[in-house]
Design a binder for this molecule. Structure first.
Ligand SMILES: *Cc1c(COP(=O)(O)O)cnc(C)c1O
Length: 373
């Protein structure tokens, strides 16, 4: 089969979504599935929907257009602030967009009026990530202006964590977000329907023993796709961490001396590597490189050590295992490796488990029947 390729197990993505949706809905949190790391892949989006997410969100209009063109009709939010020349598309393809600038919202309102529709706006609040966000002290004033803008409706407020900074939110942050929702309602008189607390970095809080206050939604990407916590990179218990695998072909494998001093340094990352001081090691080259993925985010089979990579080659030490030219190696990916592989045009994407799609009845059939005895 062609390589490099990503193989995607939709049954695991569906199961991850379902696990999170069930756990969180018990406390009143809905889940929005974030598809930006997989470029809005429609099969993956459908798997998230099958798992019970209430809607989808993506940061790029092209990804959202791709999902719409594939026939996905659920609510979709634009989670990056819209660009000047994509206002009409955002109105056309999205029900909702996340915003932080009044100029943008005014243009969205104009575009919505032209399409005879009303566009929902969620205001992103700055709560410490220092990426996008309205300062909390300006929120009521800002919300008041949004409510007065024709063509748009204020749907909610949201916070974002652990994207720029690597800090997970604390319970206190969620209490503050809840209070802000109440303050906006007091200041503007409008009901704040959606209070979206953040992404996968919020899960330690959300799966813990906390009351959610007014927070009633999370936007989850990494946890559904990879089953990992973005702050620590650790697996989240109850989730599959192997829904995605990257395959690459072995194009060279040879005994080579490890005594060449430059081999001790990973050139791209400038990291000194400790290499065992044996005279001869087996070095293997895989036909995959930095153009295909973030090679530093790959995990290799046991006993195989990553040495380094260039644009088109990845070098691994296979002294402790047997590999042959023409065979394939299977690798795991972290979020960074996944998002690059999914957007690389030369990496083939193969989905498995699609036949179960839209089959909630089928899912039930796999449950054991209960019999009275
Ligand atoms: C990427 C993103 C998310 C999802 O983050 P994960 O860590 O993948 O769950 C949520 N909200 C916004 C605004 C994002 O940009």
């Amino acid at each position: 089969m062609t390589s490099p390729r990503v193989e995607i197990d939709l049954t695991k993505i569906r199961a991850n979504a379902r696990f999170l949706v069930r756990r969180l809905c018990a406390g009143g949190l809905s889940v929005t599935g974030v598809t930006k790391a997989v470029c809005g892949n429609p099969d993956i989006a459908e798997a998230m929907l099958d798992g019970g997410v209430v809607g989808l969100a993506d940061a790029r209009i092209n990804n959202i257009a791709r999902m719409r063109k594939a026939g996905i009709t659920c609510p979709i939010s634009m989670i990056r602030a819209p660009l000047v020349d994509e206002m009409a598309d955002v109105i056309w393809y999205c029900d909702t967009s996340y915003n932080t600038e009044m100029d943008t919202i005014l243009q969205l309102g104009e575009a919505a009026k032209q399409q005879n529709t009303l566009h929902d706006v969620i205001l992103m609040v700055e709560m410490g990530d220092m990426r996008e966000g309205i300062l909390p002290g300006n929120l009521i004033n800002f919300a008041t202006r949004v409510i007065a803008t024709p063509g748009v409706a204020l749907k909610g407020i949201a916070a974002n964590f652990a994207c720029m900074s690597n800090l997970a939110p604390m319970g206190g942050d969620m209490v503050r977000l809840s209070q802000l929702a109440v303050q906006v309602e007091g200041g503007c008189g409008d009901f704040v329907e959606l209070v979206s607390g953040g992404g996968s970095a919020n899960l330690p809080w959300a799966l813990g023993e906390n009351s959610f206050g007014r927070v009633n939604n999370l936007r989850l990407g990494e946890a559904i796709l990879l089953g990992t916590d973005p702050v620590t990179g650790h697996p989240i218990s109850g989730l599959h961490t192997d829904a995605f695998a990257l395959f690459a072909e072995v194009i060279e494998t040879k005994l080579k001396s490890s005594a060449i001093p430059t081999a001790l340094i990973a050139p791209k990352h400038g990291i000194l590597k400790l290499v065992q001081n044996d005279d001869l090691r087996i070095r293997t080259i895989l036909a995959v490189g930095e153009q295909d993925t973030d090679t530093s985010g790959l995990t290799f089979p046991k006993e195989i050590l990553f040495i380094g990579a260039t644009s088109d080659h990845a070098v691994v030490d296979t002294t402790k295992s047997t590999v042959s030219v023409g065979s394939e190696m299977k690798m795991g990916m972290n979020y960074s490796a996944l998002k690059q592989a999914m957007s690389a045009p030369d990496v083939v994407k193969i989905v498995h488990g699609k036949q179960e799609m839209n089959g909630s009845a089928k899912d039930c059939e796999t449950q054991p029947y209960l019999t009275l005895v």
